[in-house]
Design a protein. Sequence first.
Length: 391
Amino acid sequence: IKFSDDLTITYKAAKTIRNSSCSDSAVLVKADSLHRHYRLEGAWFGETAGGCINYPTFRENPHYLLSSTTGSPVRLTLTQQQLEKDEDSPLHYIALYVLKADEKGRRLLNITKKSLVAASKVTPSLSVSVDIDLPPSKQEKYVVAVSTYYPGTMCPFFLSCFVESSHFEKNPDLSISLFPTNDWTPSFVKSRWSNLPTSPRDSLEEARGILEKRFSLKLTVAGDVQIFVTHLQEPHQPLQLTLAKMDHLGIPLSESEFQRGKEVWLEKSDLEADEYLIIARGSEVKPDADFQVSVYCSHKEFVLQSIEKRDKLLKRNELGPTFTRTEGHKVKQIEAKRKAVAREIMTTEQTYVHNLQVLKQSFMEPMEKMAKKGGMMSTEDYKYLFANISE
């Protein structure tokens, strides 16, 4: 089993990792006059071996919610367990990160410098540590992320939290909580950009060097959603992401700007149970380049799939034989025309309301003051001229 550039492990070792115990929460393993030592066990295995913060798969690493009733300085230590008894077996590069939780006490998926509280060095050591001042849980909660450097590196570990005993003596109400967090459920779809135009709008965007792919997101229960579009190979050209309701003509509920980098992200809270359209766009991307759409939902009751797969299922289950390419192209042309009509109606209404505001502010209100003062227009003429515009 290959798990880094130049290291392999045996099947027996991999089985040991898979069967290693993972704690439900940290337990007090030692208490003396100097420190109280809390510890839990975990492992990087399979999808949970996401690599360091440089990789988008970092989000799949084990994460732990850390909180304190009254706040206290703590030391966190990550220790890797060596699988082989041979003292010459190499150590993995490991790292420890402390991140801010969101307002609901969940881990932040889009990590920025502001959300990073502390981080150890990525080093091939038996253990790494960080010291932090843990705030009271009523004010803020932290999330601890543990990682190896390379994605796919599998290894069991210990995560320890040390607190000086004197803090418990000064504050009898002090307690420490450290347990795994399962706050987001992920789903992934890998795809490839295509330069085959499917509608007049797609043809126009292709001429501008923009390609797009569409995906269906069906929520059976209302919840919060975070969406990522990630390049799976270089170069990292600009990406853009749109979320819309499937039956609302593609009018965006949320939309990101085009951003150059490895991935682009957006979030939407309190989405109703419904079917949604995710549109991923790439500027100057190669048609054969691979990318991935990742959706993280606050519950497990959702389905993410490509539009092509969704349409095939619908045609097979509801419409009988699948469409030919020509028929499918006509359907998408009709859809594009519907969207154009909807946008035109919206634009016309916005222009109409704007003109009414100009009429009211620049003409109606000044002339009303003149009529009341007995100017060049009488009150009756004013009412006849403007009628029920104010309504």
